[in-house]
Design a protein around this ligand. Structure first.
Ligand SMILES: Nc1ncnc2c1ncn2[C@@H]1O[C@H](COP(=O)(O)OP(=O)(O)O)[C@@H](O)[C@H]1O
Ligand SMILES: O=P(O)(O)OC[C@H]1O[C@](O)(COP(=O)(O)O)[C@@H](O)[C@@H]1O
Length: 309
C-alpha cells in the first residue's frame, strides 16, 4: 500500500482574475475549492492513474471535513487524525502571474503525534510512506526522523517532498525519493541554482549522501533524475499553462505510481514528468487520459556532465 502523509493539508481556494492588482478590489468570475496539500494531491493523482493509496495526516474543523468528504467522493481511502483547530485555506490567485498565500500548519499535541507513529508502525515491508508538504517548525524534526527510521527497519520505502530546515534534517534518513524543485534544492545548499549543471551537481551530492533517487523539478524546463548509476534529463511537453499548483505533487505521484508497478526508473520518470505537465495544463489535477497523451511527448536523454545549459 502507498500511504501518503500530509501534516498540513489545505483547501486550495483558487481564484481566476484576468488582471490582478494588489492593493485594489479585484473581482473574480471563477473560483474553485480544491482539497490540497502535497500528500493529498499525490493520492488524488494516484487514484486517477488507477493506483490505490491511503491519505494520512491531520485534518480538523469544517475545512478538514470538506477535504475528507471530497476525497471520499473520489473514492480515496483516508485515515486522518482529527485536530481541534481548522485546517488551513491556501489562496491561489491565477492572473498574468500565479500568486500563492499558504497558511501555517496545525499545532499538534504529543498524543496526536503518537497516533501517527502508531500508523507508521503498522506498515509492512513493501509499503510506501510518502511524507509531503510543509512540516510545522513546532514539531521537532527528530519526530519525523524517527518515522523514517521505522520505515527503514520495516522495509517501507520513504519518499520525501518537503522544504525548509526539515528537508535538510530528514535527508539523513534512508530516502528512496526526494523531489525538490530547483529553488528548494538551492535553499538546501544555500546557493542559487541557475542551470541544469548546477542542479545536477547538488542532486549528485544528495545521492552521494545516500538518497536513492533525486528528482529536481524545474517547472516548464522539465526535470532531472539523478541516481547512483545514471542521470536523466526530461524536457517538459509544451502546452497552455492553466494552473501549475499540484504539478510537483503530480510528478511525485506519476513516478512512484509507475515505479510501484514496474520498478523501472526510466518509465517512472517519464510518467512523472507527463503527469506534472498534464496538471499544469488543467485547472485541477491531471486525468489519466491527459497523462497518456503527453507520455510520448516527454523527451528524455542522459545528462552529460559536460553539458552546457
Ligand atoms: N509551465 C509548465 N509547462 C510544462 N510543464 C510544467 C510547467 N510547470 C510545471 N510543469 C511540469 O510539472 C513538473 C513539476 O513542476 P514544478 O513547478 O517544478 O514543481 P513544484 O510544483 O514542486 O514547484 C515539471 O517538472 C514539469 O514536468
Ligand atoms: O505545505 P506547503 O509547502 O505550504 O504546500 C502546500 C501547497 O502545495 C500544494 O500541495 C501544491 O504543491 P506543488 O505545486 O508543489 O505540487 C498545494 O495543494 C498546497 O496549497
Amino acid at each position: 500500500m502507498i500511504y501518503t502523509c500530509t501534516i498540513s493539508p489545505s483547501i486550495d481556494y483558487t481564484v481566476y482574475v484576468p488582471e490582478f492588482e494588489s492593493g485594489k478590489l479585484n473581482r473574480s468570475e471563477e473560483v474553485h475549492y480544491y482539497p490540497g496539500g502535497k500528500g493529498i494531491n499525490v493520492s488524488r493523482v494516484l487514484k486517477r492513474l488507477g493506483i490505490t493509496s491511503q491519505a494520512l495526516g491531520y485534518a480538523g474543523g469544517f475545512t478538514g471535513q470538506y477535504i475528507k468528504d471530497f476525497l471520499k467522493n473520489e473514492e480515496i481511502k483516508t485515515d486522518f487524525i482529527e485536530t481541534s483547530t481548522i485546517t488551513r485555506i491556501n489562496v491561489k490567485v491565477k492572473s498574468t502571474q500565479e500568486t500563492e498565500l499558504n497558511g501555517p500548519g496545525p499545532e499538534l499535541s504529543t498524543s496526536q503525534l503518537l497516533a501517527l507513529t502508531d500508523k507508521v508502525q503498522a506498515m509492512k515491508k513493501g509499503d510506501w510512506f510518502v511524507l509531503c508538504g510543509s512540516l510545522p517548525e513546532s514539531i521537532a524534526f527528530e519526530f519525523f526522523l524517527e518515522l523514517a527510521t521505522q520505515c527503514e527497519k520495516k522495509g517501507v520505502r520513504f519518499v520525501l517532498d518537503t522544504s525548509g530546515p526539515a528537508l535538510k534534517q530528514l535527508l539523513k534518513a534512508s530516502v528512496f525519493l526526494v523531489k525538490p524543485n530547483q529553488y528548494e534544492l538551492g535553499e538546501l545548499f544555500g546557493v542559487e541554482i541557475s542551470s541544469v549543471s548546477d542542479a545536477f551537481y547538488y542532486a549528485r551530492r544528495l545521492v552521494e549522501e545516500g538518497t536513492e533517487n533525486v528528482i529536481v523539478s524545474m517547472g516548464g524546463d522539465g526535470a532531472l533524475l539523478v541516481t547512483k548509476d545514471f542521470a536523466l534529463i526530461a524536457k517538459a511537453p509544451a502546452g497552455t499553462v492553466v494552473n501549475t499548483v499540484g504539478s510537483g505533487d503530480s510528478l511525485v505521484a506519476g513516478f512512484i505510481g509507475c515505479y510501484s508497478l514496474t520498478e523501472d526508473s526510466y518509465q517512472a520518470f517519464r510518467t512523472g514528468v507527463a503527469s506534472g505537465s498534464a496538471t499544469a495544463f488543467r485547472s485541477d489535477l491531471c486525468q489519466v487520459e491527459d497523462v497518456e497523451k503527453l507520455l510520448g511527448q516527454v523527451e528524455i536523454y542522459p545528462f552529460e556532465e559536460k553539458e552546457v545549459t
